[in-house]
Design a protein around this ligand. Sequence first.
Ligand code: ARG
Length: 458
Amino acid sequence: GGTAIRRDRFSGGPARGFMSSLAADERIFAADLQVDRAHTVMLAEQDIVDDDDAAAILGALDDVAAAGHGELPGAEDVHEAIETAVIQRVGPEGGRMHTARSRNDEVATCIRYRLRADLFEALETVVGAREQLLDAAEAHTETVMPGFTHLQYAQPVTVAHWVLSYEGPLARDTERLLSAFDTTNQSPLGAAAFAGTPFDVDRERTAELLGFDGTVANSMDATSSRDFLVETTSALTTLATTLSGMAEDLVVYSGRDYIEISDDYASTSSIMPQKKNPDTLEIVRATAGEAQGALQRLLTTLKGLPRSYNIDLQEATPPAWTAVDSVPPALEVVTGALTTAEWHEDVLAAEAAAGFSTATGVADRLAMAGVPFRTAHEVVATVAEDLDPGQDAPAIDDLEAAAEEILGEPLTAYVDRETLEATLDPVESVAMRDSAGGPAPTAVAAQIDDARERLAVD
Ligand code: ARG
C-alpha cells in the first residue's frame, strides 16, 4: 500500500527478527523523535519542505510520541517504524520527513543524543560519590588502620588515607567522562548515508536545535565512526575496574572484622545462621567483568570495519548501554556500603601494629640519624626475620643487639629509647609520615582541601 514505506520485497522473511533492532531501539525512541523534529524544522526553514507539510509531520510526531514505542508498527528499526507511523497519519506527504538524510546519520545522531543524557547522569553519580568519599575521609583522618602490600601487613595508614586513594581515580574518571561527553556532543545529522546530500541542508542549525556543540564535519566520519562509544565505554570500564578493587578491599575488611557492613548492603546465608555476607560488594566486583566484556564486544565489533556504513554498527551500540547501565549503580552501591559501614577502631588499631608494620619507620629513624638507608634496612630486617609467627614487634633489646652487631655502636647513639618506642607505635608511625600525599593527619587534611577544590570545579 501507499501508506507504508515500500519494502514489500524485504518484509516478513525468516531473518527479519534476526535483523531487527526495534526492541533495542526503545532506548533511542525519544531521541529519534527529537531528531525527526529538528530535521523537519530545518527542512522547512531551508524551504526544502513546505510549512504545511512540516506542520503536519510535526503534529504526527507528537501523536507518535504520545502513543509510545510500544504502539509503533512493525519495522526493521525505530527510524523506519516512526517514519511509517508518520506516513500512516499524514499520508504520502509524511514521506518528505526523510528528505536529505539517511538512517545512517539519523541513528548516529540518536545514539549521541541519548548517550549525552546518560553520560550526564553518570557524571552526576561520580561527582556525588566523590563528595561522599571526602566526607568519609574527613571523619576518619585519625583512624589508624593497617596498610597492605601483597595483602601482607605493610605500614600503618588511616582510613581517610585509604578512602582518598579511591577519590583520586574517581576525580580522573570525571575528566575521562567529561572528555567522552565532549566527543559525543557533536552532530552527525545532515551527513545522509555517508556521502552528503544535494539539498541545501543547514547542519549547524539541526546541531543547535538538538543542543550539540557542533557537527562531525566529514560525512563519512559522521556516519561510520563509533570512537565516541569506545571512549565512553572505556571510561566507564576504567571506573568499574577501580570500583572492583574498592569493593574487594571492603570484602577483605569485613572478613577481618575491620568493618561491619550495614544490613542494607549485606545478605545472609540460607543455611549458616551466623553469616553476614558482603554480597552487594561482590556484585560490584563482578560488574568490572560486565563492563570489560562490553568494551571487548564493542572493540571487536568495530575492528576491521571498512568505510563507510555497515550494519555491524547497529551491534556496537548495546555494549555502551550495558556499561552506562551497570557501572554508575555499582558506584552508588560501593559508596553507600563504605559510608554506612561501621569501622571497628579498636580492631583497626590493634591490627595496625601487626606484622611489625612499623619496621620501615625504625629504619627511617636510623637513616635520619645518618646511617645509610640500606644499612638501616639490614639492621631492622635482621630483627624482623627472627620474629615469632604472630609477634607484632621485636623487643627493643633485640633491636639494640642488631644495631651493636651491624653498626658497631649502641642503638642509642642514633635514636633515644623514647623516640624508638614512639616509632613502634602505629599512631606515631602515621604521624611521622607527613610528606605530601602521605597518611599523617596534616598531610591528609591538605589532600582533602585539594580534592574539595577540584570537586568544586567539576
Ligand atoms: N538500525 C540501524 C543502526 O542502528 C540503522 C539502519 C541503517 N541501515 C542500513 N542498512 N543502512 O545502525
